[in-house]
Design a protein around this ligand. Structure first.
Ligand code: NAP
Length: 242
């Protein structure tokens, strides 16, 4: 039976690259997006062209009912085997003293509450051999001073969620890991007000370039799959040395 994987934020960026890679590896895929219907549709067409059974579900991961509906829809593809907890947001880059409380709450809501709600649905449904990969960030250990310290703090919470959940679910044969990307070429930087960040930040990246979404997808696919059968509770940094 084909693996069945839910990918949150699968319409664009790292989530879309992960969906395409997993479809080629034989997964059936439920991808969730929040607003960008056209982007999700384009990914869906690629997944089906690769031979995957795939659905796109509009669901806001901060809403428990919409998250439950997402996992119910995924169940139509077969028994759940994996979750890629990826849907995340930043807020405007700037000094900590200028942070607006509504931006802080949004970052916590999507990147922490959303991850917990999705992991909870997955934990209830996964069986022996199942796996969760949380997309964290190198920011969790760098702290992102002058940019978005609050986002970095929430990504550190993702790492702790990974460690704790890995221990709690290990007796059931379910693995939980995280990937911590550095600066990756996606639209997320436009949302933080610096659309060219993948190029303008190159000077601080030891490998001298930003990452591409598929380079992160490769790590996610490895942690999700049987080749990583003895890896759980780990945070795999994929950051060009950052
Ligand atoms: P992106 O290109 O901005 O794509 C974000 C995706 O998440 C979109 O599909 C978006 O849906 C979806 N999304 C956002 N909020 C959502 C919500 N509340 N409910 C459901 N879906 C939601 O982002 P990305 O750069 O690929 O980032 C993916 C993950 O990697 C995030 O967790 C981010 O923090 C992390 N990360 C990224 C970088 C980087 O440099 N890019 C670095 C480190 C970590 P719509 O298309 O419908 O808006």
């Amino acid at each position: 039976m084909a693996p069945v994987t839910v990918i949150t934020g699968g319409g664009r960026g790292i989530g879309a690259a992960t969906a395409r890679r997993l479809a080629h590896a034989g997964h059936h895929i439920a991808l969730c997006y929040r607003r960008d219907h056209n982007a999700a549709d384009a990914v869906l067409a690629d997944l089906r062209a690769a031979g995957a059974q795939a659905i796109a579900v509009r669901a806001d991961t901060t809403d428990p009912e919409q998250v439950r509906a997402l996992f119910d829809a995924a169940a139509e593809l077969g028994p759940l085997t994996g979750l890629v907890n990826n849907a995340g947001v930043t807020s405007l880059i700037g000094p900590f003293t200028e942070l607006r409380v509504e931006d802080l709450r949004r970052v916590v809501d999507v990147n922490l509450v959303g991850y917990v709600l999705c992991a909870q649905q997955a934990a209830r449904r996964l069986t022996d051999g199942g796996a969760i990969v949380n997309v964290s960030s190198a920011a969790a250990t760098l702290g992102s001073p002058g940019e978005y310290v609050h986002y970095a703090a929430v990504k550190a919470a993702t790492d702790t969620l990974t460690v704790g959940l890995a221990k709690e679910l290990a007796p059931r044969g379910i693995r939980v890991n995280a990937v911590a990307p550095g600066i990756v070429r996606t639209d997320i930087h436009a949302d933080s007000g610096v659309p060219d960040r993948a190029d303008s930040a190159v000077g601080r990246i030891p490998l001298g370039r930003a990452g591409e979404p598929d380079e992160i997808a490769a790590a996610i696919a490895w942690l999700l799959g049987p080749d990583a059968s003895y890896a759980t509770g780990t945070v795999l940094r994929v950051s060009g040395g950052l």
